[in-house]
Write a protein that binds this ligand. Structure first.
Ligand code: AMP
Length: 529
């Protein structure tokens, strides 16, 4: 028997229709890289997206075809989110900080047919164009090309019809070993995530909110905030440049209520305020995620009366899975207790479920006892089942638990506390560094017998890589020389902050380097800022 309610598919076009109909005048403000400013609104954005639907049909885009964007945060980029998905296509947001080889790999792997990009990334496009045989159209967002591309259309069309399980968005993550992997979000999963994100216990959004996502649109869909913000018709403030002085000025000028960024962004803002003697801009809600949120930053925001959402999640979880929401008795907690809780990864939000399992015996689910640390697993309405084009599922049937690669303790009240990571990657300033790639590069040096890269705590970048090296017998290798050698092999920001020469690197029973032991050994390692 079916229920007696109406037949609506959960499609992203419904979000922009609602935002334009009920909040058409609500502003979308962009501060461009050249210092200029433009002001649009949900009504205009919908028109722009519909014209884009026509332009995409003109170039032959078929449902489920991929359109890549290589762009910072601005109104044209946001319009393309609704334009591409409204045409039935899949929006593939690309992280411009990746290296050429990674960009080439993911654009080709995604089969992007159109690439929309910022003028600032023209050099990347020029370098890669010949290696991207499947991209038929390269369209620059600025310099008038994007505006011209949609200018001949009138917007008098309908969104592409389709089902709610159709793919909508593709985000690659390099937070795994091997090549980056694509996570293919659906219309339905994205709408459900947006509806959950609005709640006070998640991003706490309402029509009066003025959201300033400093998290880039290419990072796990800017944590889903653009979709969630559309569902309430919130104002958006975008800055194509993430310079702390400018960010703070914009927060004040545009009356930002919700500011979202990774801890490294928050630190930059605090340092700017300290250097100039300014007060915190008067926003009411801070949203942080992507890396651990240091207690000192939490305390500073709480003391300023700012409400904090510290979220844990992954590209694979759309991304929000847990948040540090307040529960009964919150006001009675001491400041120290509030800081401790807000610095944890918080509790599962409805739609996501978490558990910890024994690291050596994954069939054994660990108790939520506040002491047992295990492999953190997650499942839910917007959690990955299978990576794009993969041959097998990433989540284990039939229970669908997905192994996050994080290690956590779960407390009796459900609070998740991350303690370590099993995946062999390092996260610096919100971006991934592959330890395996660093190690392989180091092994290429004639004086290196064995090398292991691990992340150590860093006050600004959260983590930075250090390289632990065993020299070949009789070889003379100096740290500076090794770094010089590596600088010809990897990007500058991947270079280890220090090289430690040791006699032996610990191994596991199966002969692999034991990163766990190494991380333990270098737990108190101090890097200079
Ligand atoms: P990404 O897919 O790039 O968003 O990275 C997801 C990974 O970032 C997680 O598996 C964690 O290792 C890390 N991460 C995300 N949020 C947090 C957080 N709040 N605290 C600590 N680590 C986090």
């Amino acid at each position: 028997m079916l229920g007696g309610m109406q037949d609506w598919q959960l499609r992203l076009s419904g979000l922009i229709d609602h935002a334009a109909r009920e909040h058409g005048q609500r502003e979308i403000v962009t501060y461009w890289a050249d210092g200029s400013e433009s002001r649009s609104n949900w009504g205009e954005l919908r028109q722009m997206a519909l014209r884009m639907v026509q332009a995409l049909r003109r170039v032959g885009l078929r449902p489920s075809d991929r359109v890549g964007t290589l762009a910072m945060n601005h109104v044209h980029h946001l319009a393309s989110w609704f334009g591409v998905t409204g045409a039935g296509g899949v929006l593939h947001t690309i992280n411009p900080r990746l290296f050429d080889e990674q960009l080439e790999y993911i654009i080709n792997h995604a089969d992007d047919r159109v690439l929309l990009y910022d003028a600032a990334f023209q050099p990347i496009v020029d370098r890669l164009r010949a290696r991207l045989p499947k991209v038929e159209h390269f369209i620059c967002f600025d310099d008038g090309a994007f505006a011209d591309w949609i200018a001949t259309e009138d917007g008098d069309t309908a969104w592409e019809p389709g089902g709610e399980r159709d793919p909508a968005m593709l985000c690659y993550t390099s937070g795994t070993t091997g090549n980056p992997k694509g996570v293919l979000y659906e219309h339905r999963s994205t709408i459900l995530h947006a509806m959950a994100a609005v709640a006070p216990s998640v991003a706490n959004l309402e029509p009066r909110s003025a959201i300033f996502p400093i998290v880039p649109l290419f990072h796990a869909a800017a944590w889903g905030l653009p979709w969630a913000g559309a569902s309430v018709g919130a104002k958006f403030v975008f800055s194509a440049v993430n310079e702390p002085a400018r960010l703070c000025e914009l927060m004040r000028r545009e009356g930002a209520t919700h500011v979202a960024g990774v801890p490294t962004v928050w630190l930059g803002i605090f340092q700017h305020l300290d250097a100039t003697g300014q007060d915190l801009p008067p926003f009411s809600q801070a949203i942080s995620g992507g890396s651990a949120f240091p207690p000192a930053m939490v305390e500073r925001l709480l003391r300023a009366g700012v409400r904090i959402t510290h979220a844990w999640g992954m590209t694979e979880t759309s991304p929000i899975a847990t948040t540090s929401y307040e529960t009964e008795g919150w006001d009675a907690l001491s400041l120290a207790e509030q800081v401790r809780y807000k610095a944890s990864q918080g509790r599962a939000v409805f739609g996501s479920e978490v558990r910890a399992v024994d690291l050596d015996d994954p069939a054994r689910v660990l108790p939520r006892d506040g002491t047992s640390a295990g492999a953190l697993q997650v499942r839910g309405f917007w959690c990955i089942k299978r990576y794009f084009k993969a041959e097998s599922d990433a989540a284990q049937a039939p229970e669908q638990w997905f192994d996050t690669g994080d290690v956590a303790i779960i407390h009796p009240d459900g609070t998740v506390q991350l303690t370590d990571r099993t995946k062999d990657v390092i996260k610096s300033g919100g971006e991934w560094i592959s330890s395996v790639d660093l190690e392989n590069a180091a092994i290429g040096h004639p004086g290196v017998a064995e090398a292991a890269a691990i992340g150590v705590a860093h006050p600004r970048w959260d983590e930075r890589p250090i390289l632990v090296v065993v020299k070949k017998d009789g070889a003379e290798v100096e740290a500076a020389e090794l770094i010089r050698f590596l600088s010809t092999k990897v990007a500058k920001w991947w270079l280890p902050d220090a090289v430690e020469f040791v006699d032996e690197i610990p191994h596991t029973g199966t002969g692999k380097i034991s990163k766990k032991d190494l991380r333990e050994r270098f737990r108190d390692y101090r890097l200079s800022t």
